[in-house]
Design a protein around this ligand. Structure first.
Ligand code: BDR
Ligand code: CA
Length: 327
């Protein structure tokens, strides 16, 4: 059997972050070494609480949780509680069974220490890149010593979701994103809106999922209700875009997406703040620091995602999705 791939998830749960956590933790090909939390969708303390809510649900409180940045590097903190609910999990106000403690050192210090030496461990970043930027400042070898670095954020040709040109994670902390693209020393594999916008969880998915795993679907239905309403109000779609799980799916099987290598910079101020400037045509003549995704095979995403989160058989899910046209 091939050994599990080790990952650290840096996140801001967050509805779609929570789905990504469930997916990654349950994935038979992955070992989640640690979870680091940053301010983003919700204030960092709430993000930590939501992480514990997911770990409790999965009975995986053995995974260490580290609390990180409470605000971006330079600009004021703007959460996405309008999208994810005041509690960050769709206004369910879940109560934890116990007071769980975060690890003693900060997320930034943990990341800096962990990558003091070369590791076969990758980072999947699902929120603003503040923790990563600060860890990189503490340990400039972090990029060199981690195996792969995946970031959900940015966009190439797709419009933004915070401004006409900016995606939330990079818009929230553009200085951190800019620093990571500039200083990581390894290609940022950018899972941006060009691909994540195609991953829309619809009522029919939930209806189908309920038939396979009622308990898991009940939780997912609860947390996505608010997200559905937000998407109807602002994008006029019935369903919700679940960005973050695609970063996990792409990490596990990169053949589900296609893209290209490019030099990318991030705008840190002004009207285009947070925009990723992707130099596809090599105007700047600079070494590629990113891999930009442009296409995704959505059916392959859904097959793996549902198989894992519902503990189902791949062939069953695959046949059903095909028959129900849910891919
Ligand atoms: C990203 O921003 C957050 O709202 C989501 O969790 C996702 O990481 C999408 O722009
Ligand atoms: Ca996120």
């Amino acid at each position: 059997m091939t050994p599990k791939q080790k990952i650290i998830i840096d996140c801001d749960p967050g509805i779609d972050d929570s789905l990504a956590l469930i997916y990654a933790i349950k994935h038979p090909k992955l070992q989640v070494v640690a979870i680091t939390v940053t301010a983003g969708n919700s204030p960092v303390e709430l993000g930590v609480k939501n992480t514990f809510t997911v770990l409790e649900l999965l009975n995986r409180l053995d995974i260490p949780v580290y609390q990180g940045a409470s605000h971006p590097l330079s600009r004021e903190f703007v959460s996405a509680q309008d999208t994810h609910g005041m509690d960050g999990l769709g206004e369910n106000n879940f109560q934890l069974k116990s007071d769980y403690a975060v690890q003693e050192i900060s997320a930034q210090q943990f990341l800096a220490n962990y990558f003091e030496k070369k590791r076969q461990t990758s980072i999947i970043a699902l929120g603003p890149l503040t923790n990563i930027a600060q860890a990189l400042d503490l340990n400039p070898s972090l990029g060199k010593n981690c195996y792969r670095f995946i970031s959900m954020g940015g966009s190439y040709k797709s419009h933004g979701n915070c401004s006409p040109v900016a995606e939330y994670n990079y818009w929230c902390d553009p200085h951190a994103a800019q620093l990571v693209f500039d200083k990581l020393g390894k290609k940022v594999e950018m899972v941006g809106l060009d691909v994540t916008r195609s991953i829309v969880l619809k009522p029919n998915h939930l209806e189908y999922m309920r038939r396979i795993d009622e308990e898991m679907t009940d939780f997912i239905r609860k947390i996505t209700r608010f997200y559905f309403d937000f998407h109807w109000k602002y994008e006029h779609i019935i369903g919700c875009v679940i960005n973050d799980p695609l970063a996990v799916a792409y990490f596990v099987d990169s053949s589900i997406c296609t893209g290209f290598d490019s030099y990318t910079d991030v705008v840190t101020q002004g009207i285009a703040m947070g925009q990723t400037v992707v130099d596809h045509y090599d105007f700047y003549n600079k070494k590629a620091n990113s891999h930009i995704l442009t296409q995704v095979e959505t059916n392959l995403f859904w097959i793996d995602f549902l198989t894992v989160i519902l503990n189902a058989q791949k062939s069953l899910i695959s046949d059903d999705l095909n028959f129900l046209k849910l891919g």
